[in-house]
Design a protein around this ligand. Structure first.
Ligand code: ZN
Length: 391
């Protein structure tokens, strides 16, 4: 793994970040969170710089922090740049990846890695935001004392414990709307959606949750904030903050909103000592377009887990539960045929039945079906421990 030693010292600036609840379409179907700036418009086709021609970054390609200073710490190499479909990149690095049942986990038909991005465990400002935007005053009921609709961890952990499986929870270290963000953002609804209801990693309740997860065999990982995918210093500060409150190193995680540029985002993760990243995938489509096994972008121990299915990309289980279950069946059967390593993202907030009816039951169905089909089910960190890694 690349060494962190050559990196400049991190500044400890707190990073910013994200929305909460997908928008509702006119037909009532919920949409995945939409990027609020062009940073995530790279979802479909991203520029890929071939590593074989250098590190692929032009000298002018640098990150500017919110205070206006350039914070890029990449080398200014001049690799040939080309625009390609990112799935081709991912497919190429995954070639020769292990197949479950053959090269890995011989007693299982496929592997299902479970992940949860902890975006908004509290719902305060969001209730006001959605009440205004959706003209839905019932949202304000969630502000009543004792109601903590997005604190769904008891329920989620109970389901996994009952089925004897474990998962990973990725924690976010964001900027505060008041304090870290410019004052103009206070008057910007998009900024409210992005930064309001941020939680603090230092909140004793969050620290307690991490400790509880760790004690029970769950994985605690890093959910890189909205701007950290191309800002190594910011990502480093977030990782350090998380590890300082958690008290242990973390192995991997995923970028918020699946933000990435490849291979740079992976380079940042690897350079900071992370063993894996689970960012690459789609928030609108399910399936194996991004690979059916792990990839090794740098031919070393750093691993990329392609995302196979995200909650908001599923058919709406409240409107069409049969279609949602059929989509699970289809993916799981394909996974079993291929000996795949599949990864699932279910946000903790969708275990709030008030806002997300049907998602909890669908998750339970997915896990039960996977186990019936002979899957190994666990966290990416646990799967990482099963892999034979190159020297
Ligand atoms: Zn997120």
């Amino acid at each position: 793994m690349s060494s962190d030693a050559s990196e400049p010292a991190a500044d400890e600036r707190l990073p910013p970040e994200t929305p909460s609840k997908p928008e509702r379409r006119a037909d009532g179907r919920q949409e995945p969170p939409r990027p609020l700036n062009e940073a995530t418009s790279r979802q479909d086709v991203r520029r890929y710089d071939d590593r074989s021609t250098g590190d692929g970054l032009s000298a002018s390609d640098e990150t500017v922090a919110s205070d206006g200073t350039a914070v890029s710490d990449r080398d200014g190499a001049t690799g040939a740049q080309q625009t390609v479909d990112e799935s081709e990149v991912v497919g190429r690095i995954a070639e020769g990846g292990p197949q479950v049942g053959e090269d890995l986990l011989p007693d299982h038909s496929f592997a299902l890695c479970l992940t949860h991005d902890v975006d908004r465990p509290y719902k305060f400002a969001q209730a006001g935001f959605y009440a205004l935007r959706d003209r839905d005053p019932t949202q304000l009921l969630d502000l009543l004392p004792g109601r903590r609709p997005n604190w769904t961890f008891d329920r989620l952990l109970a389901i996994e414990a009952e089925l004897g499986v474990r998962s990973a929870f990725y924690f976010l270290d964001e900027q505060r709307l008041f304090g870290d963000r410019p004052i103009r953002d206070w008057f910007d609804l998009d900024a409210w959606q992005l930064y309001a209801d941020r939680y603090s990693l230092d909140d004793p309740e969050i620290v307690e949750l991490m400790e509880r997860l760790d004690r029970g065999g769950w994985e605690v990982g890093l959910h890189g904030s909205y701007e950290s995918y191309d800002d190594r210093r910011r990502l480093r500060a977030e990782k350090r903050h998380l590890e300082s409150v958690f008290g242990k190193p973390v192995l991997g995680g995923r970028q918020h909103y699946l933000n990435r540029t490849l291979p740079e985002t992976w380079e940042h993760h690897a350079a900071l000592g992370l063993g894996y990243d689970a960012t690459v995938g789609s928030s609108t489509e399910i399936g194996f377009d991004y690979g059916d096994t792990i990839g090794r972008p740098f031919d070393d121990e750093f691993v990329a887990f392609p995302l196979t299915m995200m909650d908001v990309a599923m058919p709406n289980p409240a409107e069409n539960p049969d279609a949602a279950r059929a989509a699970c069946d289809r993916i799981l059967e394909q996974a079993a045929d291929r000996g795949a390593i599949a990864t699932v993202l279910w946000h903790p907030r969708v275990f709030n039945d008030g806002d997300w009816p049907g998602h909890t039951e669908l998750y339970r169905y997915l896990l039960e079906r996977a186990l019936e089909l002979g899957a190994w089910v666990g966290s990416p960190g646990d799967l990482y421990g099963e892999l034979d890694h190159p020297e």
